[in-house]
Design a protein around this ligand. Structure first.
Ligand SMILES: [Zn+2]
Length: 261
C-alpha cells in the first residue's frame, strides 16, 4: 500500500548477465546482483534526510502552490537554458529564487561546452527547437574544483581530457595574472571568468547555433559568475541588450556551388 504524498520506492528488476552481454538490457542493472564489491553500510541517514526533506517540500511548497504545480505537470515551458557546473553548492533555482519549471538545465564539471558532446548538443537542440527558449545562461562559480584542476593540472584520465577544453581560458588567465601580479585566489577567479567567456565562444561556434543564425530568432546569451561565499551573481556577459539575439558570431562564408554546364 502506498500513502499519498510519500516518496515511492521501486525495486530494480532482476536480470541475467547473458541479456546484458547481448545488449538487450543496460549494463548498470548487472551491477547490484552480480558484482561482489565493497559498499557503504546499508543505513544512510543522508538519504533519510533527503526523503524527509521531500515530505517537507510537499507540505510547505507543493501543496500551498498546487495550482502552479498542476499547470507545470501538464507541460514545461521554460524560457531559459541554464548551463552550469555540477558543484553541489551551485543550485540554479535556489540562487535565482526560481520555481521548478523556470529553467531547462545542463550541468557538468566546470560548465564546459564541448564540440563533440552529444549530450549538450541534444539539450541545445531540444531547448531551441522544441522549447523555444529565449535566453541561455552559462554560469561559472568561485571555489570551483574543476577550475582549480585546470590551473594545477590533473592526471585522472577522463577529468584531464574534459578539462583540456578549458585550456584556452588558462592561457588568458596566465597572461592577466602576470600583468596584474595576482595572487593564486585572485587568479582562480579570473580563470573562472575567462572560462565562462571561452565556453560562450564554444557555444556560439556550435553548428546548431550557427545554423540558427540564418533562421532566427536566436536566444540571448549571458555569462554569469556565482560567488559561493556571498550567494551573489556577477554578470560577466550581459545579453539583455542584444537586440534580436546574441552578439554577432563570425560565421565562415559559404562557398558558392558551381553549376556544371
Ligand atoms: Zn565547479
Amino acid at each position: 500500500m502506498t500513502i499519498k504524498g510519500e516518496p515511492q520506492v521501486h525495486d530494480t528488476p532482476t536480470t541475467s548477465p547473458a541479456k546484458v552481454m547481448r545488449g538487450l538490457l543496460p549494463c548498470r542493472i548487472l551491477f547490484p546482483q552480480d558484482a561482489h564489491v565493497p559498499s557503504f553500510p546499508a543505513m544512510s541517514s543522508t538519504i533519510d534526510t533527503l526523503l524527509a526533506g521531500n515530505r517537507q517540500f510537499i507540505k510547505s511548497e507543493f501543496q500551498p502552490n498546487a495550482e502552479y504545480y498542476r499547470t507545470i505537470a501538464t507541460k514545461q515551458t521554460p524560457k531559459v537554458l541554464w548551463i552550469g557546473c555540477s558543484d553541489s553548492r551551485v543550485s540554479e533555482h535556489q540562487m535565482t529564487g526560481s520555481k521548478p519549471g523556470t529553467m531547462f538545465v545542463h550541468r557538468n564539471v566546470a560548465n564546459i561546452i564541448a564540440f563533440n558532446d552529444g549530450n549538450i548538443s541534444a539539450i541545445l537542440e531540444y531547448a531551441m527547437v522544441h522549447l523555444k527558449i529565449e535566453d541561455i545562461i552559462v554560469c561559472g562559480h568561485t571555489r570551483c574544483g574543476g577550475i582549480a584542476a585546470i590551473e594545477d593540472g590533473v592526471h585522472e584520465n577522463y577529468i584531464a581530457d574534459w578539462l583540456c577544453i578549458g585550456a584556452g581560458a588558462k592561457a588568458k588567465a596566465d597572461e592577466i595574472a602576470r600583468a596584474r601580479g595576482l595572487s593564486r585566489e585572485e587568479k582562480l577567479v579570473v580563470l573562472t571568468e575567462e572560462n565562462v567567456k571561452l565556453q560562450i565562444q564554444h557555444l556560439k561556434s556550435l553548428c546548431i547555433i550557427r545554423n540558427m543564425i540564418e533562421k532566427g530568432p536566436l536566444p540571448r546569451i549571458h555569462g554569469w559568475l556565482y560567488r559561493v561565499e556571498e550567494g551573489r551573481v556577477d554578470v560577466l556577459v550581459d545579453g539583455r541588450n542584444a537586440a534580436g539575439g546574441p552578439s554577432p558570431v563570425t560565421v565562415p562564408a559559404r562557398r558558392k556551388t558551381r553549376t556544371r554546364r
